[in-house]
Design a protein around this ligand. Structure first.
Ligand code: SF4
Ligand code: SF4
Length: 404
């Protein structure tokens, strides 16, 4: 029976619930921008912990009554634990069937991988077995120069580009609509244009791109970003690459005054589970993701979710955490934040203090977007060549629970 005290958990029954299993803390890489500041090889989820989590979720439809679900597997690098993941996914499928659960056939298994083990036999067997329910994103940052600047092996310091790019053709064959996510930090800004063009050339038609939320930006970085994006805009429009490709950094909806009083992401409305069976509002609140703060645990597999610990997250929106400057900002639409970084960078233990380290970078993005869309419309008027690719992947206004 539904407990009215808990009804706020189900904020929007039509949005899939996102459940994130942190199956390992280990990764082959040590990416320089990685927020997992304390990765190690000791933390690994047991199958028993995963099964208890699944049982708790399926036994508590009052907390988890969304119409569909996305089970996300992250690390570290999730495919290092492919045997465990395979066993967890089998257990989920069997339990959904046995319980005649509404999520039966309404689930996805989602992965964000560094791509190094993608062609491994066990990973491939898992993919073939579950392909209709899989979403797999391989992270490749662009050209070899840019990718290898940050995404290096932890033992040798060698760049990982060659090993990842070797697996891209197989990945695109299996998932032709796949996208990749490019994360920008200060050092790789000069490579933005060539990197996006390179990803399009590899056959990746959807490229998501965002600046890191941490305070890493140096004087003049916004100017470099704007120059790079204008160069990219020229290349995309002059060569009509926009017909078959899409880069999320160019989004027509950003750069106006934001009147939408929503939180940016779904932290608190989704749930992450660590290797020990603790529950979190999102994986960014786990101890190994935080620089300066204590983890924010909202429950565990033995005691369940504590509604009082989740509630502060559910009250978050634009107004409750933004300064006057941001609320009055004329270009605020599309200016993002990460709730975990807000918490980590705040002077106190609050989640209600928005970090604005990204401010100048967002404004540079807005200026470049003005250039892009003006130029694109003039070009389309002359050439008549519209874009044929869906922009569904490119929406700044309505975010999935996991907006990062
Ligand atoms: S961080 Fe800067 S760009 Fe973003 S809303 Fe605030 S003032 Fe505007
Ligand atoms: S943006 Fe939100 S969902 Fe993504 S890591 Fe940050 S807190 Fe978590």
């Amino acid at each position: 029976m539904k407990d009215p005290k808990l009804s706020w958990w189900n904020y929007k029954a039509t949005t899939p619930k996102t459940i994130t299993f942190i199956v390992t803390k280990d990764c082959q890489l040590a990416c320089k921008y990685c927020y997992l500041v304390a990765k190690n090889t000791n933390g690994r989820m047991s199958l028993e912990t995963a099964k208890k989590t699944v049982d708790y979720i399926l036994d508590n439809p009052n907390f988890f009554n969304e119409k569909s679900v996305s089970f996300d597997f992250i690390g570290g690098e999730p495919f290092l634990e492919i045997d465990l993941i395979d066993a967890i996914c089998d257990y989920i499928k069997i339990e959904l069937y046995k319980r005649n659960h509404p999520w039966f056939n309404k689930y996805t298994f989602s992965f964000s991988t560094n791509g190094i083990n993608y062609n491994n036999e066990k990973v491939q067997n898992f993919i073939k077995k579950n392909i209709k329910h899989l979403i797999i994103g391989i992270t490749i940052d662009g050209t070899k120069n840019k990718h290898d600047l940050n995404r290096i092996y932890k033992n040798s310091g060698k760049g990982s580009y060659d090993d990842v790019v070797a697996n891209i053709p197989l990945w695109l064959k299996q998932f032709p609509q796949a996208n990749t996510k490019v994360t920008l930090s200060s050092e790789d800004l000069p490579y933005v244009c060539e990197s996006v063009l390179h990803l399009f050339q590899l056959g990746i038609h959807y490229v998501f791109m965002n600046c890191v939320f941490e305070d890493v930006w140096k004087d003049g970085d916004d100017v470099v970003l704007e120059e790079q994006l204008i160069k990219l805009a020229d290349a995309i429009i002059d060569n009509e690459l926009y017909v078959n490709n899409s880069c999320s950094i160019f989004d027509e909806k950003i750069g106006k005054h934001n009147i939408d009083n929503k939180n940016w992401c779904g932290s608190g409305k989704m749930m992450a589970i660590d290797c020990d069976g603790n529950f979190y509002p999102c994986n960014r609140f786990v101890d190994f993701s935080l620089r300066d703060k204590k983890p924010r645990i909202i429950g565990n597999i033995n005691t369940g979710i504590d509604p009082n610990k989740v509630k502060p997250f559910l009250l978050l929106d634009l107004k409750t955490q933004s300064s006057e400057k941001c609320l009055n900002c004329e270009v605020s639409k599309g200016c993002a934040w990460c709730q975990g970084e807000n918490y980590d960078s705040a002077e106190t233990d609050t989640v209600y203090k928005r970090s604005t380290a990204i401010c100048l970078m967002h404004k540079a993005r807005v200026r470049a977007n003005n250039y892009y869309w003006n130029k694109l419309y003039m070009h389309i008027q002359k050439s008549g060549k519209k874009n044929s690719i869906s922009d569904n992947n490119n929406d700044t206004t309505v975010f999935s629970q996991n907006a990062c």
